[in-house]
Each structure stands twice: as C-alpha cells, then as structure tokens.
Design a protein around this ligand. Sequence first.
Ligand SMILES: [Zn+2]
Length: 302
Amino acid sequence: MNVTILGNNSALPAHDRHPTAQFITLHTVDLLLDCGEGTQMQMARYGVKWRRLTHIFISHLHGDHYLGLPGLLNSMSLLGRTAPLTVAGPVALGELLALLKSMGGGHPYGYEVRFQLIDPARDLLLADTPEFSVEAFPVEHRIECYGFLVTQKSKGRKLLVEKAEAAGVPVSFYNRLKAGDDYVGEDGTVISGTDLTEDGPAPKRYAYCADTRYTESYLEVIRGADAIYHESTFLEEDAEKATQRFHSTARQAATIAQKAQAQRLLLGHYSSRYQEVHPFADEAAILFPEVTATVEGHVYEI
Ligand SMILES: [Zn+2]
C-alpha cells in the first residue's frame, strides 16, 4: 500500500502546500481520502491517475477537505470515466451531491456516483472487498468528523513450490493450497495445505486520523497500525490554540502514535503560520522517533 500526499496544509493553500487529499494505491484499485480544493491539479502535477479510483472518503465538511470534489467528479466525466464511483461522507455530503446532480439536469456525469452515508448509529465498515477494507471512526473536531482505517488484506498463504512439487500436487491446485485447502491424492492420501504453504504477508493497516483535537477515544481502532497519519496543525507552543480550534500539536500526535503502538507516524495538516515543516518532526521525534513530516508529492510506502 502506498500513500501519496496530494495536500497537507490546513485551511488555506500556503507555502506551496495545499488543502488535504491523500491517494491510496493498492494492488488493483486506488482510494482517495479527502479531496481539498485543487486535488485534481495536484494529481496532474504528480502524475496520479484516477482510472483505478473506486472510492472517495470525505472525513468532514470543512472546505479544505471537500471543495475539490465537484471539480474532480466533473473532470473524470469529461475525460470519459464510465465506472461507478462511491463517495462516502457525512449526511450533508449527500445533499451536496444531490444538488450537483440536479444542477446538472439530473445527469451531470457519464458515470454513476453512489453516495454512502457515514452514520455513527450504523456499521462504520464502509468498504469490505477481498483486497481491502475501510472502517470509519469518529474523531473530535468542531463538526462531525471521521478518521479512516484502511486495511490491505493479505493475499492468502505463500506456496512452498518445491514441497508442493515433491508431494505431486498439480500446478492447477496451487491456488487452492494458497487459499488453505488440503490436497487429496489419487490414492486418497490427504496432504495438508498448511504443510505446503507458510503464512503470507500480514495485512497492512493505515490509520488516517483526519482533523481532531487530542483524544484517546479511537486508540483501540488504530492500535498496532503499520502507519498512522495524525494531523499536527500546531506545534506544542500553540497547544492552547490547538485545543480551542479542535486541532492537535505534533507532540500530541506523537503521544497518540506511541500509545497506539503504531509502527510509524506521518504528520500533516500544518497551519499556514509555519513556513517550515521539519520542526513538527523534531518535536514529535522526542516521544516517537519513527516520525515523518510529510511533503506533498511524496509517496509513503506502508
Ligand atoms: Zn476541519
């Protein structure tokens, strides 16, 4: 799983940083987390293609997290998209999509946009395919807001080819061995699939914690993640502002990463008041050394 940072500034574009958007690349499909203004331009700038994009997840309806959506939806239509697209978000996002649809005479795009409501009273598992799942979790922001846990599932068990050959298993049965099946030979002997395979790679988990003030309410959801992206709008010297505005400091982000026993911490959503981003990583590294202050256009392997 790769994460391309398309935007990591908070609120306004500044210092050649842009509003929030992250492009997630999986084996066969891609996902977009938030879609701040200018996302389609950032995609073009960094050579990010939308052809395999199946889902867009919007954390909340502050402008810097969704205002790029109408433009991106429109451009994909003009460029010939026909595959349906799921857009998930809070209830008001559905109203916006309905409005865009009615303004476009009922058929604004050459493809279907399916709205998926994120409803805390319902199941927060938003997508679950053989390849990946996405689960929303509530965070604490000024308005209704969600983080997203993206899991790239394991591709089954790893085949021990030499052992399978020696056991006389036909090649046509290899995929079933990887799926965990036993092989029954012509003479009726059962050869255990687990003896001819080993554990595949562990699933990868990436937790995007959206905009939030410091809270431990979702620690259990993100525990042990391979990487978490936690906003660090402010440095600790502005901790009071962070709390008032329902945002976090780099130190608070590091505390969350440490308590969640994450493997790695990515920082972003920097306030425009800071021109440089390395102080965020420096501050967080005191508590959590495996930290990176993200840079737009960079691809982070999870
Ligand atoms: Zn916000």
